[in-house]
Design a protein around this ligand. Structure first.
Ligand SMILES: [Zn+2]
Ligand SMILES: [Zn+2]
Length: 212
């Protein structure tokens, strides 16, 4: 397990561990759009360290619509193409989690969040409730399981703490329903457990469990 730390160092095109910045996409993969038609904001991307079980060596990107901000709820057995289907009372499919092994750097940076470098460090014994990748989840409300539409049990990949603020660019509007006027949060600031499909049935086959 690695703890993911945000630095104050600006990210540049080609950086692979960032908040905001230039998404590194797979060949032929386009920048995800919300069902409202807006291009989603890149909250963060990282290279999953090679020694992380199941997902090591993949590039992970987490996007959310700059305007649509809600909690994610879905059934234990997820339906076909659940990542682009509004579920659980949501009006839009407003988030996207991508994994791939490509290296196509987008032409422009994300316009909403400050491009900042992330660093990954080995977790110590006191690291609980951290922003992290790999290892075991720290469940607040007990384990929650989901089965991918392909039939595989989703497996834990990463965790984002409650009320974790991703600093916004000064010129970007304040995020709707956010806990911080200078930052954007994922899923209303819920704790986020990213679960992903070990079969890789689709680059977007992943689910964000929300708890608080
Ligand atoms: Zn939207
Ligand atoms: Zn799957």
């Amino acid at each position: 397990m690695r703890v993911i730390e945000m630095t104050s160092e600006p990210a540049v095109a080609g950086d692979r561990d960032t908040v905001g910045g230039w998404p590194v996409l797979d060949a032929g993969q386009s920048w995800p759009e919300c069902t409202c038609g807006r291009r989603m904001a890149l909250f963060f991307q990282i290279d999953v360290p090679a020694d992380v079980a199941v997902f090591g060596g993949e590039h992970l990107l987490v996007f959310q619509c700059p305007v649509h901000n809600d909690a994610a709820f879905g059934p234990a057995r997820l339906p076909e193409r659940y990542w682009e289907t509004p579920l659980g009372g949501n009006d839009t499919a407003f988030w996207r989690i991508l994994r791939h092994r490509g290296d196509v750097v987008a032409a422009e940076p994300d316009p909403t969040l400050q491009p900042l470098r992330l660093v990954l460090r080995e977790a110590g014994p006191d690291d609980e409730w951290e922003f992290r990748v790999g290892g075991e989840p720290d469940w607040i409300q007990g384990p929650e399981e989901h089965t991918c539409a392909c039939g595989a049990a989703l497996e834990f990949l990463a965790q984002v703490p409650e009320d974790f603020g991703f600093p916004k660019r000064p010129e970007a509007p304040e995020q709707i329903d956010c806990f911080d006027s200078d930052a954007y949060g994922l899923f209303l600031g819920n704790m986020v457990y990213l679960l992903a499909c070990p079969r890789r049935c689709d680059a977007a086959a992943a689910w964000p469990v929300n708890q608080n």
